[in-house]
Write a protein that binds this ligand. Sequence first.
Ligand code: ATP
Ligand code: MG
Length: 318
Amino acid sequence: MGEENNPDNAMESVEEKVVNIYSEIMSKYKRKPIRNVNKMMEILKTEYKLLVDKKLVTLVVAAFLAGRPVLFEGPPGTGKTEIGEAILTLWAGKPALVIPCSENYDEYRVIGDFHPLMAFKYGFNEKSFIPRPLLAALILDAGVLVDEIRRSNEEFQNMLLDIIDKRRIIVPELRKIFYAKGEGFQVIFTSNPEDYAQSELSDAFLRRVVRIPFNYPPPEVEIEIIRLRYDVDVELEPKILEGMVQVVNLLRQKAAYKPGPADTVLWSRIAGRLASLRGKQQVTVSEVVDAATIVLYKRVGEEEIVDEALEKVFGLHP
Ligand SMILES: Nc1ncnc2c1ncn2[C@@H]1O[C@H](COP(=O)(O)OP(=O)(O)OP(=O)(O)O)[C@@H](O)[C@H]1O
Ligand SMILES: [Mg+2]
């Protein structure tokens, strides 16, 4: 094999590597950036099946225009991750990259690291460098969803903020600085302060992000969310739907495991499928209650609280 045809000798730049690695993901989404609030809301609803408050979308757009990252903070299952990813994707006109945080995450996991054997053979250079999602997003001008930021350590959080502020990433081993090329590179953090094993966010962190609180939706909105997501060809009567939302709201007050809209949506979809499997045209209380036992029984010892709520609202328990 000729020297230049040997893949071992091919020198691919970090930029080329990123484009190659992500080309498949990027090619699946072909749309120009959308930065108009009404248009974003419309696409979020019709294509992403996400019902998002207009104020929320407007606040995110304002933060991006001001060059600040956003922090979505609130209880589980309220749509923080999905809404964040969808907004970033629409804004950049490219799929957002997701970084799920964990305690031991460091710059090597999100910026890039060196393949040990390649580095041994070729040294610490672009050839042995493996780009990771944060650097890839900066190069591709895509958005980044940093999921569950409270699971990471303070050093990691400061490192991210420094990159977001300066819109550049330095890789000292390569003696190289990578710069953001456009406005598509934006960051949304998510966090659930009530979850256990969460670290505090420092004042320095909070000062540099725009915090948008999430909460459980009012009943009429939650009903609309369920309708939007319900995908079974079996009728789900408004009365039953209202009852389900009442049950989850009771559990949010009384139980340690508080179901989010994500649970309510799943509950309705399973009840619908149970009814379909039983050959019914309509979801009845019996399917709702049976589905509750697999969707709402989460913590051992809390089954009774769920049963009580079902009994109170539907007059029936498992
Ligand atoms: N506003 C909404 N519109 C449509 N679906 C929603 C909405 N809010 C929640 N959902 C439901 O919840 C799911 C998304 O939950 P997601 O995982 O994004 O929540 P989260 O707030 O990130 O939760 P966690 O804190 O557990 O990570 C959707 O798949 C849908 O079933
Ligand atoms: Mg989430």
